[in-house]
Design a protein around this ligand. Structure first.
Ligand SMILES: Nc1nc2c(c(=O)[nH]1)N[C@H]1C(S)=C(S)[C@@H](COP(=O)(O)O)O[C@H]1N2
Ligand SMILES: [Mo]
Length: 449
């Protein structure tokens, strides 16, 4: 029996190797363990010899991403190769990876060994030293996981609803942000917005109207298992449920700046150099936002409002915005997107980007959202309607600038009778009245102030 002989030899070498490296011994046999993955429990079966983790097999799991599959294949390999539990998570599948390690740790315990000797740290222990920075109050605060766990907890039962409408019942335990702020004599209701930031680069702003009526819970336990500090905002969509929370920015009153300069996205985009952009199975075209900023001359502001046609808007940091793309062809175009931008920060069917007094408008989305009317045989969205909906500054006169640099001045009255139509020049401005003008390749409508 050649095979058996070889097996014994290899086994013996491994025992010696394992013996030197960690000196951990197990009650040989097969054990089954489970731990929380991303979407549900992960079950593993681990076989131990007296000195070695011989095999790790993921028996079942609910996480269905491509990345999760990579973790299911890769993590057992790494654990066996290293004979340790402090192995790197598969990038993009942190929660699945961690679930696998947690389930193996349970088997290690059942086999009579201490998983901490193999470099294992439970999530609960890890979050003790996790820090959340709070900015925007009189001075910066840092609150740690163990300080949070020492506070009076609240439990929650909530339904997580993601962008695709998928509903996931979620229960857990944490503390109210309002209770943390109360320690500093503050309240979330006194502020205009709170931006939640995560270690993976995800960020989202919770606006005042949500802060006024909802609890923002900083959770450390979800569905019966310890989790990294994260927010849960019951009754609000999952975009506010920020995992891997590391910074809370509290924003004071920001006065809404009136738009004075309306730039036409479709015209500006024709002046940019598009790049190919791979979006799932499609190859689309996208222009860098940095180019769009250049062509529209939009001023640098601290933040940029990125609004979708469906009424959803996000406030992005200028530097983040400047390094993304606007996908201008294919599904959901125009779409705010970027190769490193977390999926939840993408904006489909973008209506506008607003930087202070400058607003870059997608006329095609404005037509879809506000409807079209016909004038001089041309169909377009009424400028009057855009003024009402987007709160554009009213001035006596406006300057119209074409992509060729030509400028025309018209009165407010004339302007408001006009339409914005789409053409091969991007956007055309169609006007009537005594001084009838029509601007092909309209780039800007600027209030003369
Ligand atoms: N840290 C972090 N938290 C995040 C996100 C993210 O990309 N990073 N995406 C958000 C969005 S848009 C949604 S819909 C949910 C998705 O949660 P799920 O991955 O548990 O379904 O998490 C939210 N919290
Ligand atoms: Mo989402």
């Amino acid at each position: 029996m050649k095979r058996g002989y070889l097996g014994v030899l290899t086994g013996l070498m491994m025992v010696m190797l394992a013996g030197c490296t960690n000196g951990v011994s197990y009650e040989a046999g097969s054990y089954v363990g489970s731990a929380q993955g991303k979407n549900g429990p992960i079950k593993v079966e681990v076989t131990f010899s007296e000195n070695k983790i011989e095999s790790v097999q993921v028996v079942s799991y609910k996480d269905d991403l491509d990345y999760a599959t990579k973790a299911v294949e890769g993590m057992p390999e790494s654990i066996i190769a290293k004979q340790r539990l402090d192995v790197d998570a598969v990038s993009g599948a942190t929660l699945t990876s961690r679930g696998i390690v947690g389930a193996v740790a349970q088997c290690v315990t059942d086999a009579g060994a201490d998983p901490e000797k193999l470099g294992f740290t439970s999530v609960a222990k890890k979050t003790d030293s996790q820090e959340v920075l709070i900015t925007g109050l009189t001075d910066e605060k840092i609150i740690t996981g163990d300080e949070i766990k020492a506070m009076t907890p609240v439990t929650f039962e909530a339904i997580s609803i993601d962008a695709s409408g998928t509903q996931t019942p979620t229960s857990g335990k944490g503390v109210k942000l309002e209770d943390i702020l109360a320690q500093y004599g503050e309240s979330q209701k006194n502020y205009d917005a709170i931006v939640l930031n995560a270690t993976d680069g995800y960020a989202i702003e919770i606006p005042r109207d949500v802060l006024a009526i909802r609890d923002v819970i900083i959770a450390y336990e979800v569905n019966g298992a310890a989790c990294d500090l994260r927010t849960v905002v019951p009754e609000e969509r999952a975009m506010y449920w920020v995992k891997f929370l590391n910074k809370i920015e509290i924003k004071g009153a920001v006065t809404q700046v009136e738009t004075e300069n309306l730039a036409m996205l479709e015209t500006a985009v024709l002046m940019c150099t598009p790049e190919t952009y791979k979006y799932y199975d499609a190859i689309d075209q996208a222009v860098p936002t940095s180019q769009l900023l250049e062509k529209t001359g939009a001023t640098k502001t601290e933040t940029v409002d990125v609004a979708g046609m469906d009424g959803w808007a996000r406030t992005e940091n200028y530097d983040l915005y400047k390094n993304q793309y606007i996908k201008i062809t294919g599904e959901n175009a125009p779409m705010f997107i970027g190769p490193d931008l977390p999926e939840g920060m993408r904006m489909k069917d973008m209506l506008y980007n607003k930087l202070g007094k400058d607003l870059i408008l997608s006329v095609s989305k404005a037509q879809e959202k506000y409807g079209t009317t016909t004038m001089n045989g041309k169909s377009g969205v009424a400028i009057d309607k855009i003024f009402q909906e987007l709160k554009i500054r009213e001035a006596a006169r406006y300057k119209l600038t074409g992509s060729d640099g030509n400028e025309t001045e018209i009165s407010l009255e004339e302007l408001k009778k006009g339409l914005l139509t789409l053409s091969d020049g991007g956007v055309d401005g169609v006007f009537e009245g005594p001084d009838a003008v029509s601007v092909k390749g309209l780039l800007f409508i600027k209030a003369v102030v």
